[in-house]
Design a protein around this ligand. Structure first.
Ligand SMILES: Nc1nc2c(ncn2[C@@H]2O[C@H](COP(=O)(O)OP(=O)(O)OP(=O)(O)O)[C@@H](O)[C@H]2O)c(=O)[nH]1
Ligand SMILES: [Mg+2]
Length: 408
């Protein structure tokens, strides 16, 4: 059996990672999956440049969950810029690499390496990018996955467009699958669920629930069982495009026995998206749907097909079967029937476009550039990052046209 190694970086990476492990443990009970755990310990390395977050994780009841040697923590203040994370922190980085190697030695084989972080934080984007390089060089034959927090509408940092574009460039060049979440969508979803306790913990629980819903399909040996390789193949028609979002249904735990049709309608609803973008402003390139409950692929296909007749949900026409379904007879605790979906949709190009514009506004004035240059960045790298982002945007735009029948 091949295993999955996780590296969680920065404040959000560690808090989200912690929520994911809690969720998985809660879900698995005694039988922790060896793909993700070794002898009950998550196969993860916890990295941060400052101590607060890791101390909090160390201090809570989960200490026994983690390998204490896998906490790698710097002593400095915040990284703040991508450049200080990417060009500085060499001692810290050596330590991280050592821990990743040790974790690798304890695996029979590696199925995937996943990085959890935010692309706007200095540590998450900078140290994250350095790890992206390291892992793509040293884990050649496995999937490289990122679970990334995307900037929200209300960021309280002014330099985040630089951090994001630089971070995204490395991910786009080197990684295979990126799952993007944003706090605006997570906030909206929790409000829709009548949870008024708005904080990162609540958002992280929801995010962890969504990711666990995806992992679960290959944790259980079921009919049409899937794994990272299969998912990657199905939802990645073009190698440069691998930005995915996740939706889940039903949202309300009081609907205990929803019908397949209800679930299928919700999965495409704006309210059920963990990333704030409009599915009506573009086309699905591909989609992987995982259904949990007492049903079968045939019924799922039939019911979902009915929803697909709506004008709001459009797929490119040149892929015969853009949706892959996985059905798992294991029920979620919350609900008899649940669905999780990985969406590959061209509207993410619009979000990247917005980010690129925010970047340009700063870069035209060379505002805050000195912070990056003093930490060792060359201005040309920022230009390269912008052009890399532009390439991805134009490729998503290319497939945005429903009337395109050239390849049919
Ligand atoms: N969902 C979620 N978002 C978070 C969490 N913590 C921070 N964020 C968001 O992540 C972004 C900032 O990233 P951080 O992870 O705090 O930054 P970092 O990687 O530690 O980098 P530094 O700037 O060096 O501290 C902001 O958009 C925050 O709103 C969290 O626990 N959950
Ligand atoms: Mg931080």
């Amino acid at each position: 059996m091949k295993q999955i190694i996780t590296i969680q970086v920065g404040q959000s990476g560690n808090q989200i990672g912690n929520a994911i492990w809690n969720q998985m443990m809660d879900d698995c009970g005694e039988k922790l999956d060896e793909k993700f755990f070794r002898k009950g310990i998550p196969r993860t390395i916890l990295v941060d440049n400052e101590e607060n977050t890791l101390d909090k994780i160390r201090g809570n009841k989960n200490l026994s969950y983690y390998d204490p040697n896998n906490f790698v923590c710097g002593k400095s203040a915040k990284c703040l810029t991508f450049a200080s994370g990417y060009y500085g922190q060499n001692d810290l980085f050596d330590e991280i690499v050592e821990r990743v190697r040790k974790e690798q030695e304890q695996c029979d084989g590696i199925q995937a390496v996943q990085l959890i972080h935010s692309i706007n934080g200095g540590t998450g984007s900078g140290i994250g990018a350095k790890l992206v390089y390291y892992t793509s060089d040293n884990f050649c034959d496995c999937s490289k996955i990122n679970i990334s927090i995307y900037p929200s509408k209300y960021e309280n940092s002014v330099i985040y467009p630089y951090n994001c574009l630089l971070g995204l460039m490395h991910l786009n060049y080197n990684y295979n699958m990126g799952f993007y979440f944003d706090n605006d969508a997570l906030q909206q979803m929790t409000e829709n669920m009548f949870i008024y306790d708005q904080n990162y913990e609540t958002y992280n629980q929801l995010l962890a629930f969504a990711m666990d819903g995806i992992y679960k399909s290959f944790r259980h040996n079921s009919y049409s069982n899937t794994n990272f390789y299969k998912i990657q193949t199905n939802i990645t028609p073009f190698p440069k495009l691998h930005c995915y979002t996740v939706s889940l249904a039903p949202l309300f735990s009081y609907i205990n026995s929803p019908s397949l049709l209800q679930v299928s309608k919700e999965i495409y609803s704006k309210r059920n998206q963990t990333f704030s973008m409009s599915l009506s402003q573009g086309l699905f390139l591909a989609q992987q749907i995982m259904v949990y409950g007492d049903t079968d692929v045939f019924s799922v296909q039939q019911e979902f097909k009915q929803t697909l007749t709506s004008d709001e949900v459009q797929f490119v026409r040149w892929i015969a079967d853009p949706i892959t379904y996985t059905v798992c007879p294991v029920k979620q605790k919350q609900c008899d029937l649940m669905a999780f979906s990985i969406n590959h949709h061209t509207a993410i190009g619009n979000k990247l476009n917005l980010l690129q514009q925010q970047y340009r506004t700063l870069f035209q004035k060379k505002a805050y550039l000195h912070l990056f240059l003093q930490d060792g960045l060359d201005e040309l790298e920022l230009q390269e990052a912008e052009s890399a982002c532009g390439d991805v945007i134009s490729e998503y735009c290319c497939y945005n046209d429903y009337t395109d029948t050239t390849d049919e």
